[in-house]
Design a protein around this ligand. Structure first.
Ligand code: TYD
Length: 240
């Protein structure tokens, strides 16, 4: 994650000063169904652009040609009969390709990367689905990612009923995917799992109230990016 970024000027919505950073950053967006991650990704990319920071938005499962193939089988429910640990392995098969083919090359080019879901989704979803031993999922993460992790994770927190209602509106008459079909109890455990991750890793994670309007969610998320990544770079002397 070390590549030069271009110099730039600020804007109304972004800090009103030139920003430079010697390090491209990796941001992950996490949360349950209907949390608004994709809308936030677009907004953050725009604000980074206003600071002259190039940014790649990607998503999981998927984000590389081979990982997109695995996505189809996972969301279609074909892996579900094998159980949550097998699903976790498949999410990791997709993730390894995505990291190697898409995320790391972009960071090396100096682009920031915003990823809609990453390793915390496996911890939270597969953990909440199968009540898998967290130590088992942590071991899988360690082996597969070898320490590669987000610089900042924004956890979009929304009450379960609000999230599920939003997801239903988004889906319209389309079919729900394998995870949207899980019951309310699952989605409640999922929300708790994300909040637990945030509590355990406060240096990496920031919880954002995603029940607010999209513009307010963006403002909160942007404040976290500024405080955790841009000002940090400033203090380290890599801004001019
Ligand atoms: P997607 O259509 O991308 O929806 P969303 O907008 O909710 O991100 O569906 C991805 C689904 O896959 C989502 O229900 C979460 C689930 N998932 C896991 O269960 N484990 C994982 O590791 C990842 C990345 C996603």
């Amino acid at each position: 994650m070390n590549a030069e970024l271009a110099a730039t000027t600020g804007s109304k919505s972004a800090p009103n000063r030139p920003l430079h950073s010697g390090m491209a950053r990796f941001i992950t967006l996490e949360g349950g169904e209907g949390a608004g991650k994709s809308t936030l990704a677009v907004g953050l990319k725009q604000r980074l652009a206003e600071c002259g920071i190039g940014c790649l938005v990607t998503r999981e499962p998927g984000g590389s040609p081979k990982a997109e193939v695995i996505r189809e089988t996972l969301l279609g429910g074909e892996i579900a009969p094998f159980g949550p640990f097998a699903e976790a392995l498949m999410f990791y098969a997709a993730r390894i390709d995505h990291v190697d083919r898409t995320i790391k090359p972009a960071l090396t080019r100096g682009e920031w990367v915003i990823c809609d879901r990453f390793a915390d989704s496996t911890r939270a979803y597969q953990g909440a689905l199968g009540r898998l031993d967290p130590a088992l999922l942590a071991a899988l993460e360690r082996v597969a990612l070898a320490g590669f992790a987000a610089d900042l994770t924004l956890i979009l927190d929304v009450p379960v009923d609000v999230g599920l209602a939003r997801a239903a509106v988004r889906r319209g008459t389309g079919a729900s995917d394998r995870f949207e079909r899980e019951g309310r109890g699952f989605h409640t455990r999922l929300r708790r799992a994300y909040l637990d991750i945030a509590e355990r890793e406060p240096a990496r994670c920031v919880v954002v109230d995603a029940s607010l309007l999209p513009s307010a969610v963006l403002d909160l998320a942007w404040s976290a990016v500024e405080a955790r990544l841009l000002q940090h770079a400033d203090a380290a002397g890599s801004l001019s």
